[in-house]
Design a protein around this ligand. Structure first.
Ligand code: GMT
Length: 375
């Protein structure tokens, strides 16, 4: 197949899922054309069957605001025509699904066809899409997509109820490369972080308010009162400064390592004991899956799709949003009880292998593409 993929070129989340999907499809012999405003983060090397098309932006002075949606549509049209694409697959509904819809309409006018699939990822449905200025257009673009997938059962249900749509939505879970994300020793890095044998917690995110990263700092403060513990924070975003300030205010900044954006995630995850994800909203929690694949139990909030990933009292613990007290207790419990910790660690890896292995999920996408193309 010749597939066009549009996604945000970002460091985490939907950008990573789309890029890893494209790379896997290319490896299987499909031709994949990425269309975005910048090179997707993980596309930083030559890969056979992968092409990248950058959306050109007009900077005409009349346009005070960027017309990305329209520029993207034009680029889609160009790539669909020149590369003879079979299908467009857009990740994150806003505004990608609308651009794909417009491209399809333009082609209809000249008696050409293109089908497009929209994959819903999270905040496109649970947060941004609910804003009154976006809601009607998100609903419309879901209804008009030839196929729609969601990354968790939670996200599927939310979409059907919040947008009152009658649409078949296929749940295709996010996936992980178990050969890259696996338990291995990371002794040197761990020694650097925790030279006196302290325990190590880790959190990775885009530091948006929805991730509640200050809760991670507050959990560390409580855990540290019982067990000497360090915290690694990976990523960057709007709440980072507030977190740096909070860790100083609480007098624990010497125990917090702000690493910023990092590529060597498996080294970092493997240097830690446990992953924290106290999000306000989380449709799936790819970062938690990355940690689980490395055999790290997760303590998280019980929101969204997280209970589909983190099994309470088996691969980690879940608690109400903002219940720092409980999350700290769960963390301490696991860090103090070695036997329990090892069981949870083993369970985490096994769950990643059983339900979220890339080898099993990629064929689900291919099957879905075929179903939509033949439907
Ligand atoms: O808002 C974000 O956190 C980024 C967002 C995205 O689409 O880039 O992440 C969402 O998609 C990820 C990949 O499917 C999911 O693992 C995240 O849970 C989801 N984030 C939220 O729902 C907040």
């Amino acid at each position: 197949m010749k597939i066009g993929i549009t996604c945000y070129p970002t460091y985490g989340g939907s950008g990573v899922v789309a890029t890893e999907l494209g790379l896997s499809l290319a490896k299987l012999g499909h031709q994949v054309h990425f269309i975005s405003y910048a090179m997707p983060h993980r596309l930083n090397r030559f890969v056979e069957n992968i092409y990248y098309h950058e959306v050109e932006m007009s900077n005409y002075p009349l346009f005070e605001h960027s017309l990305y949606c329209l520029s993207l549509t034009s680029k889609m049209l160009e790539v669909i025509e020149y590369e003879n694409l079979d299908l467009m697959h857009v990740h994150y509904a806003i505004p990608h699904a609308i651009s794909a819809y417009l491209a399809r309409q333009v082609l209809h006018k000249v008696n050409k066809n293109i089908k497009f699939i929209t994959t819903l990822h999270g905040t496109d449905i649970t947060l941004v899409g609910l804003e009154p200025s976006f809601m009607p257009i998100v609903k419309f673009s879901i209804e008009e997509s030839d196929g729609v997938t969601a990354v968790s059962r939670f996200l599927k249900e939310k979409t059907l109820t919040n947008y009152n749509v009658q649409k078949n939505i296929e749940v295709i879970y996010n996936f992980i490369d178990l050969e890259i994300y696996k338990p291995h020793s990371s002794i040197e890095f761990r020694k650097h972080i925790a030279p006196n044998g302290e325990k190590v917690l880790v959190h990775t995110s885009n530091f948006r308010p929805v991730k509640r990263v200050p809760d991670v700092i507050r959990i560390l403060e409580k855990v540290n009162k019982e067990i000497p513990t360090k915290l690694i924070l990976v990523g960057d975003g709007p709440d980072r400064s507030e977190c740096e300030r909070l860790s100083r205010e609480l007098g624990i900044h010497q125990n917090v390592f702000f690493l910023g954006k990092q590529d060597a995630l498996t080294e970092i995850l493997n240097a830690a004991d446990l992953f924290l994800l106290p999000s306000q909203s989380e449709s799936f929690g790819l970062s938690a899956l990355e940690a689980m694949a490395c055999g790290k139990p997760v303590v998280s909030s019980s929101v969204g799709g997280l209970p589909e990933l983190v099994i309470h009292n088996e691969t980690g613990f879940i608690a109400e949003i903002g219940d720092i007290e409980r999350m700290s207790k769960y963390t301490i419990d696991l860090l103090k009880n070695e036997k329990k910790y090892l069981t949870f660690s083993k369970n985490s890896r096994e769950r990643a292998e059983k339900f979220f292995d890339k080898k099993n999920i990629i064929p689900q996408y291919i099957e879905y593409y075929e179903k939509i193309l033949n439907g």
